[in-house]
Write a protein that binds this ligand. Structure first.
Ligand SMILES: NC(=O)c1ccc[n+]([C@@H]2O[C@H](COP(=O)([O-])OP(=O)(O)OC[C@H]3O[C@@H](n4cnc5c(N)ncnc54)[C@H](O)[C@@H]3O)[C@@H](O)[C@H]2O)c1
Length: 273
C-alpha cells in the first residue's frame, strides 16, 4: 500500500483549521495530518484538541513541523510566508502557499530552491476564477490582464495606505483606492490582495499585471473581476465571494480552492488546467 502523505500546517486560523478538518475527515486514506504550528501556541493546541482529541499534533516551532511533514501548508501571514517556504523547500519538502503575496520579491530564489531540492510548490487559485484560462492562454501570448477588486469600505480598516490617503467613513458611492501593478498592490494591500499575486504568477508577471482596488459601500461580498486579452481568447471572469463563516476577512472559495489542490495532489485523476 502506498505511504500516506504526511501534512503539516503552519497557521491555525480560518484556513489552517478548515484544511486540518478536511484532511482528517476526507483525505484519511491517502494523507495524515502530522503537525500543527502557530505563533500563538494556544491556537495550535486548541485545533489539535479538536482534531486529535489531544495536544499531540501541536509542535513548538517550524523546524519540528518540517521534520514531521512531506507537505507543508503555509496558512499564516504574508510577512511570514517566504521564510516558511524557504525553510521547507531547503529541506526538500513540498509546500502549498496560501499567502501568495509573500512571494513577491523572492521569486528567483523560489524557483532556484525548488529546482535545487527537487521540491514542488503549489499556489491555489484562491478567491479568484480564471487562472486555468490564463495559464493556457499565456502559452500563446497575453497582452493585458486587469484585476478589479471591489470590497466593502470596512475591509480596508487598518490598511496603512488607505488610512493615510482616504476617509472611507460614510462613503456613499464607489471610490477607487488604487490602480497600479500587482507588485505594488501586494505591497500596499498585503492582507487583501493574494489574488493579484496569483494572477501575476500564473500570467505575465507582477509588473505587467494591473490591479484596480475599489471601496464599494454597496457590496457585502469581495468581488474580483479579471479581464484577460490574449492571442488565444478574450476572457472575463467575475467572482462574487461569500465570506468564510469563521473569518470575515477570508473568502470561502480560497479555503475550498486549497482543498481542491489537495485533491489534485492526492488523487490519481487531475481535472482542469
Ligand atoms: N490565496 C488566497 O486567495 C488567500 C485568500 C485568503 C487568505 N489568504 C492568506 O492566507 C493566510 C491565512 O489566512 P487566514 O484567513 O487563515 O488567516 P487567520 O488570521 O485566520 O489565521 C492566520 C494564523 O496564522 C498564525 N500565524 C501568523 N504568523 C505566523 C507564523 N510566523 N508562524 C506560525 N503561525 C503564524 C496566526 O497566529 C493565525 O492563527 C493569510 O496570509 C491570508 O492573507 C490567501
Amino acid at each position: 500500500m502506498p505511504k500516506k502523505l504526511k501534512i503539516g500546517i503552519v497557521g491555525c486560523g480560518a484556513i489552517g483549521s478548515s484544511l486540518a478538518r478536511e484532511i482528517t475527515l476526507n483525505f484519511c486514506k491517502t494523507a495524515r495530518l502530522t503537525a500543527l504550528f502557530d505563533i500563538q501556541p494556544e491556537k495550535s493546541l486548541l485545533l489539535s484538541k479538536k482534531i486529535a482529541k489531544s495536544g499531540k499534533l501541536r509542535v513548538s516551532d517550524l523546524d519540528s513541523l518540517i521534520k514531521k511533514s512531506d507537505l507543508v501548508i503555509e496558512a499564516s501571514s504574508v510577512q511570514a510566508a517566504w521564510e516558511i517556504t524557504r525553510k521547507s523547500l531547503s529541506s526538500g519538502r513540498k509546500v502549498m502557499v496560501m499567502s501568495v503575496g509573500g512571494m513577491v520579491g523572492h521569486l528567483e530564489q523560489l524557483f532556484a530552491l525548488a529546482a535545487k531540492f527537487n521540491a514542488q510548490v503549489f499556489f491555489p487559485s484562491g478567491a479568484v476564477c480564471g487562472i486555468d484560462g490564463l495559464k493556457a492562454a499565456n502559452i500563446a501570448g497575453v497582452q493585458r490582464i486587469v484585476l478589479t477588486t471591489r470590497k466593502h469600505p470596512d475591509a480596508f480598516k487598518g490598511v496603512e495606505y488607505v488610512v493615510k490617503k482616504f476617509k472611507l467613513a460614510g462613503l456613499k458611492k464607489d471610490k477607487i483606492l488604487f490602480f497600479g501593478t500587482a507588485a505594488q498592490a501586494v505591497k500596499y494591500f498585503p492582507q487583501n490582495i493574494n489574488v493579484a499575486a496569483v494572477l501575476g504568477l500564473a500570467g505575465i508577471g507582477m509588473h505587467k499585471t494591473k490591479v484596480r482596488i475599489i471601496a464599494s459601500p454597496g457590496v457585502r461580498k469581495n468581488i474580483h473581476e479579471v479581464l484577460i486579452e490574449s492571442n488565444a481568447a478574450k476572457i472575463f471572469t467575475r467572482t462574487e465571494n461569500i465570506l468564510h463563516p469563521q473569518n470575515p476577512k477570508t473568502s470561502y472559495l480560497a479555503v475550498l480552492s486549497a482543498i481542491a489542490v489537495l485533491k489534485q495532489i492526492l488523487r490519481p485523476i487531475k481535472i482542469g488546467t
